[in-house]
Design a protein around this ligand. Structure first.
Ligand code: SAM
Length: 193
């Protein structure tokens, strides 16, 4: 169990195991190097579909390579556009939207997710989510702009109507040096815009 509680992304998967089924449509809102996209593609199986977004060409290249190697490319659409525009691409109701905020490791640390576009993307995700679907947001505050983004996300999610959404936060409360935070939003019933 010790190993299970080391990384926020692994803790996230403990929850997502219960949420994502074979044949589901899901979204990776922050593709990066494609680790999460690969995980999602495996989870939805050959009848499912993954939409994956990033604003950096290098993220798409690296993710494509990862998916090709595992023969998973057929069930994934890699989109070079911001997640704030996901409503233009995603068709159908989704069971999960994954956000892993911040910058791409080993790339330009100035290209980061930003409060305004992140909130816009979360709003789109709420509309796309099917009942009992989950939006998962891993938040990092160690970089410049990170705390501002966390505050914006919290301000938005804590005001979601509890009759419509369950909102859970999860984090390492005994860790120094800006530990990451995980926020999960579950849709309870139809979301009315
Ligand atoms: N989940 C990724 C993985 O498995 O490797 C890591 C994601 S990384 C922490 C954050 C990513 O968000 C970066 O690749 C960055 O380019 C991307 N990003 C920044 N702004 C974005 C936006 N508006 N829409 C989509 N992706 C964005």
């Amino acid at each position: 169990l010790g190993k299970c509680l080391t990384k926020i992304t692994d803790i996230n998967k403990l929850y997502l195991e219960k949420v994502i089924n074979e044949g589901d449509i899901v979204v990776d809102a922050t593709m990066g190097n494609g680790y999460d996209t690969k995980y999602l593609a495996e989870k939805v199986g050959e009848d499912g579909f993954v939409y994956s977004f990033d604003v950096q060409e290098t993220a798409l290249k690296s993710t494509k390579k990862r998916l090709d190697k595992e023969n998973l490319s057929d069930r994934v659409k890699l989109i070079l556009d911001g997640h704030e525009n996901m409503d233009k691409y995603v068709e159908g109701e989704v069971s999960c939207v994954l956000f892993n905020l911040g910058y791409l490791p080993r790339a330009d640390h100035n290209i980061i997710t930003k409060p305004e576009t992140t909130i816009k993307a979360i709003k789109h995700s709420l509309n796309l989510l099917k009942p009992h679907g989950v939006i998962s947001i891993a938040i990092y505050t160690g970089h410049e702009g990170g705390m501002e983004e966390k505050n914006s996300v919290y301000e938005f999610v804590k005001n979601l109507d509890q009759n419509e959404f369950n909102v859970l936060e999860c984090g390492f409360i005994n860790q120094i040096n800006n530990p990451p935070q995980l926020v999960l939003i579950e849709k309870k019933k139809e979301y009315i815009k």
